[in-house]
Design a protein. Structure first.
Length: 194
């Protein structure tokens, strides 16, 4: 089974989400601007609970099907037990061949790469926690699951995420083409052990 165990760093635990994390995680999403502003707080919380139920079911569901361990994992501050964000893996379905590393082909066909993402409560940003957390997940994926490569994507203006990517050792590439408009900056990290 491809189940990621709880991972531990000096300051955080990277664990499965639990249903009781809904309110704290919705507060983080609201703080970073990811909540739906056209809905009420109650509706956003209900949607977050529904998403969390799906996320919790997916951990074992994907593992039982021998699928990659996609999905969010909670970032818990060890000192307080507080939920401070999430980190996880997502299938990135993008025209990667548009990037210089993959050939700079305009209007390239789409392909899938293993994507890494993270979000932290604003109260815990700029403290190295995103890098520390992402390094732990990358270490597990590269050393235990022997993943060949991992990518992360962000916007041209998100310099903080680009900084995290650089600290992780990712090579940053900009899409040299205007389309698609959401495919802007990609961090690429190869597993040198493969």
């Amino acid at each position: 089974m491809l189940n990621i165990p709880t991972l531990e760093t000096g300051r955080v635990l990277i664990r499965r989400f639990r249903l009781e994390d809904a309110e704290a995680y919705e507060a983080i999403n609201k703080a970073v601007g990811w909540s739906n502003t056209s809905r009420s707080e109650a509706d956003n919380l209900a949607a977050r609970r529904e998403w969390l139920e799906w996320t919790v079911r997916n951990y074992d569901g994907l593992a039982n099907l021998m699928q990659p361990p996609y999905g969010d994992r909670a970032i818990e501050l060890k000192a307080t037990g507080e939920l401070i964000g999430s980190v996880g893996l997502v299938p990135c379905f993008h025209p990667f061949d548009q990037l210089p590393t993959f050939g700079s082909i305009e209007n390239a066909l789409f392909s899938v790469e293993m994507g890494l993402f993270w979000v932290l409560s604003p109260d815990y940003q700029q403290q190295g926690l995103a890098t520390e957390t992402a390094q732990a997940l990358i270490g597990y994926m590269f050393h235990t699951l022997r993943l060949k490569r991992i990518v992360a994507t962000t916007d041209y203006d998100n310099l903080a995420s680009q900084g995290v990517m650089r600290k992780l050792g990712m090579r940053l590439e900009r899409n040299p083409f205007a389309k698609p408009p959401w495919f802007q900056v990609v961090g690429i990290l190869e597993n040198m052990a493969t």
